[in-house]
Design a protein. Sequence first.
Length: 256
Amino acid sequence: MARRRSPDRLPQIIDAAIEVFIRKGYRRTQMSDVARAAGVSQGSLYNYVESKDALFYLIIDRGLTDGPLPAALELPIRTPSLADTLARLRVRINSELAVPELERALTRTSVADPRDELETIVRRYYAGVERVGRGLDLIERSAVDLPELAQLFYIERRRSLIAQLGKYLEGRIRMGAVRPLPDVPTTARLILETVVWFARHRHNSPDSAMISDAAALETTVDFLVSGLLAYPSPATSSRPKRSPPGSQLHAGPKLQ
């Protein structure tokens, strides 16, 4: 007899699995834990994924996007190798947390409006971190148990972004747009960590309820940009607040 699968049940399983893995970590999570959280039997869970590793691959993929499930998704998801899971994570991170404005800025030899350029870069990164915050919680919690995951997320991805930001800052210092800094790599790290805390980690802090999403975003942008520029932009105070770059492209539910 063919095993029955409800097409509406898989998003529920994915959502429950993300929460369980965040709470318990990769090693301590059992399939029975996920089945219980999703409100299905453990046997039913295997209709959708072949194993815990297959489930982890699925939530690594779906936890970093708010897009719909592929229409032709083949179930049950087969057990992947760890290399396959890491490769999928790399694709998702590079896609969802891309900062194309930073990449374009690195190609310029001059800039007409340094404030607008830097503000756009900060807003883009903030929007990406905020959008996939719960997926990033999943990665950080799982990296405790999987050194390969920690290597990809902290060493490969974060250090690469710090290097890009550092190169950008050095270029703008030479132009006179950004003030001289005590240590450029440390400043780049401060930018990233400030964005990550206000866009994401504050949601896990019991004493941050008084900070609205809008206040967190605008304060982060204002503080970082104003603190880095060598001189103020004459039209700063009259500028309207802007939506994060790409915000119109992601109208789905926010992961936070």
